[in-house]
Design a protein around this ligand. Structure first.
Ligand code: PLP
Length: 430
C-alpha cells in the first residue's frame, strides 16, 4: 500500500506542528515510527486517506464515533446548528434538552454542567470533590487515563499504595504528592491506601470499566467495594465515564453494572464527534459549583450549540432499537474470529471484549489490571499493527487501546478484519 502523500504531509506537519501531530496518541512512535496516515474522508465504517487508500476503521476516533463517520442525522444537526450561529455566550434551549436526555439515561446525574473535553470534565469533578469534602488527596487506579490535567498525570509509586510521582515534565512533586495510585481490581490495596490516608482523601476516581489499558472489566464486587470503602472514609466516588458512557448500553457503565457513584465525568460519544465534556452528580455536591457555590468552573465554548446539537442527535440515533444488540453481535463475531486466529498460531495472545469494544493483547495470560496489560509484547503489537494497516485495517497505534466497532460496521467488515489478522499472524510467525 503506497502512502507517499501521507509521508510528505507528515514531513510538512513536523515543520509546523510539534511532533507533527496534535495529540501524541496519533503518532506512530510506539509502532516503529514513521508517518501516521493522513485521512481525508470518513464515511460509515470506512476511512479514505490522502493517497486514495480505503480502510476499515476500528479506531472510532478513540471512542466518540459510535455511529460511524458522517452519520446523516448528526451531520444534519450540526449543519442546522451552524446556520443559527455557532456560539452565543448565553444559555440556550438546547442545553436544557440535552441535560434532560443525559439525566434520563444516567439517573445519578441529578445536576450536570457542560464543558469542552473529557479532561475538563474530570479535572472539575476533582475540584468539586475537594471543595465539597475540604480534603486534598485523590486516589486513582494504575493505568487508568483521565485526561491531561496535572493531577491525573501522576504515575504509581513502587508499591500498591504509595504516593505518586509526576508522569509528565511540568507536573510538580507537590501535585504528585496529592495523588495515590493503586492497582485496578485490587480492593485490598484501596483499603490499605484509605487506611493510611483516608482522612485526607477527597475522592476515589475510577474508570468503572477500563478503556485505557485495553478493555478491562471490574471483577464481581469491586465497584461495590470502592463505594463502601470510599464512603466509610468520608470521600466521594467519581466515575470517569468519558469512554464508557453510551458505549456498552444506552447509559453509563454504572447503569450496566448497577453501581452508582457520587459524581460522573462524561465526554467522547456524548458530543457525536464534536468537542464536549460534561460532569454531574448529586445535587448537594453539584451545588458546590459557581455560581451557587465556591468551586469555580467556567467556559467560553461550553454548551456551544454545535456540540450540543451533535450530542442530542447522536443519542437519538443510539435510542433506536437494536443498536447495542448489533454491537454485541459484531463484537462476538470479531472476538470469535480473532480467537480462531490465535488458536491457529503459536503467538501469545489474549482477548478482552465487552460488546462492541475489544482489545487483543500479545500476552498469553488474562488481563485484569495495568501490570497484566503492560506485559503485552511491544514488538509483536507493532508488527501486527503495521501488517493490519497495510491490509486496510485502521487500529490505534498503541497496544493499550481498544478496537471500537460502530453501528456502521457490517459482518463483511468483521470478516475482512479477521482475514487480515490471520494473514498478519502468519507473516509475523515466519
Ligand atoms: N477520561 C478517559 C477515560 C479518557 O479515555 C479520556 C481520553 O481519552 C479522557 C478522560 C480525556 O478526554 P479528552 O481527550 O476529551 O480530554
Amino acid at each position: 500500500m503506497k502512502r507517499t502523500q501521507s509521508e510528505s504531509l507528515y514531513k510538512d506537519a513536523c515543520c509546523h506542528i510539534v511532533g507533527g501531530v496534535n495529540s501524541p496518541s496519533r503518532s506512530f512512535k510506539a509502532v516503529g515510527g514513521g508517518s501516521p496516515v493522513f485521512m481525508e474522508k470518513g464515511e460509515g465504517a470506512y476511512f479514505y486517506d490522502v493517497d486514495g487508500n480505503k480502510y476499515i476503521d476500528f479506531l472510532g476516533a478513540y471512542g466518540p464515533i459510535i455511529t460511524g463517520h458522517a452519520h446523516p442525522h448528526i451531520t444534519e444537526a450540526i449543519t442546522n446548528a451552524a446556520h443559527n450561529g455557532t456560539l452565543y455566550g448565553t444559555p440556550t434551549r438546547l442545553e436544557n434538552q440535552f441535560a434532560v436526555l443525559l439525566k434520563e439515561a444516567i439517573p445519578s446525574l441529578e445536576k450536570v454542567r457542560f464543558v469542552n473535553s473529557g479532561t475538563e470534565a474530570v479535572m472539575t469533578t476533582i475540584r468539586v470533590a475537594r471543595a465539597y469534602t475540604g480534603r486534598n488527596k485523590v486516589i486513582k487506579f494504575a493505568g487508568c487515563y483521565h485526561g491531561h490535567s496535572d493531577l491525573v498525570l501522576v504515575a504509581a509509586g513502587s508499591g500498591p499504595s504509595t504516593l505518586g510521582s509526576p508522569d509528565s515534565a511540568g507536573v510538580t512533586e507537590n501535585i504528585a504528592e496529592e495523588v495515590i495510585t493503586v492497582p485496578f481490581n485490587d480492593p485490598n490495596s484501596l483499603e490499605e491506601a484509605l487506611h493510611k490516608w483516608g482522612d485526607d482523601v477527597a475522592c476515589v476516581l475510577v474508570e468503572p470499566i477500563v478503556g485505557n489499558f485495553g478493555i478491562v472489566e471490574p471483577e464481581a464486587g469491586f465497584l461495590e467495594k470502592i463505594n463502601e470503602l470510599t464512603h466509610q472514609a468520608g470521600a466521594l466516588v467519581i466515575y470517569d465515564e468519558v469512554i464508557t458512557a453510551f458505549r456498552f448500553t444506552y447509559g453509563g457503565a454504572q447503569d450496566l453494572l448497577q453501581v452508582t457513584p457520587d459524581m460522573t465525568a462524561l465526554g467522547k460519544i456524548i458530543g457525536g464527534g464534536l468537542p464536549i465534556g460534561a460532569y454531574g452528580g448529586k445535587t448537594d455536591i453539584m451545588e458546590s459549583v459557581a455560581p451557587l457555590g465556591p468551586a469555580y468552573q467556567a467556559g467560553t465554548m461550553s454548551g456551544n450549540p454545535a456540540s450540543i446539537s451533535a450530542g442530542i442527535a447522536c443519542l437519538e440515533v443510539l435510542q433506536q432499537d437494536g443498536i447495542y444488540e448489533k454491537l454485541e453481535r459484531l463484537g462476538a463475531l470479531l472476538e470469535e474470529g480473532l480467537q480462531t486466529v490465535i488458536d491457529n498460531h503459536s503467538l501469545p495472545a489474549t482477548i478482552n471484549r465487552l460488546r462492541g469494544a475489544l482489545t487483543l493483547y500479545f500476552t498469553p495470560s488474562p488481563v485484569k489490571n495495568y501490570d497484566d496489560a503492560d506485559k503485552s509484547d511491544d514488538i509483536l503489537f507493532s508488527k501486527f499493527f503495521n501488517k493490519m494497516l497495510d491490509q486496510g485495517i485502521n487500529l490505534a497505534p498503541s497496544k493499550y487501546e481498544a478496537w471500537f466497532i460502530t453501528i456502521a460496521h457490517e459482518e463483511k467488515d468483521i470478516y475482512k478484519a479477521v482475514e487480515a489478522a490471520e494473514h498478519a499472524f502468519s507473516e509475523i510467525e515466519k
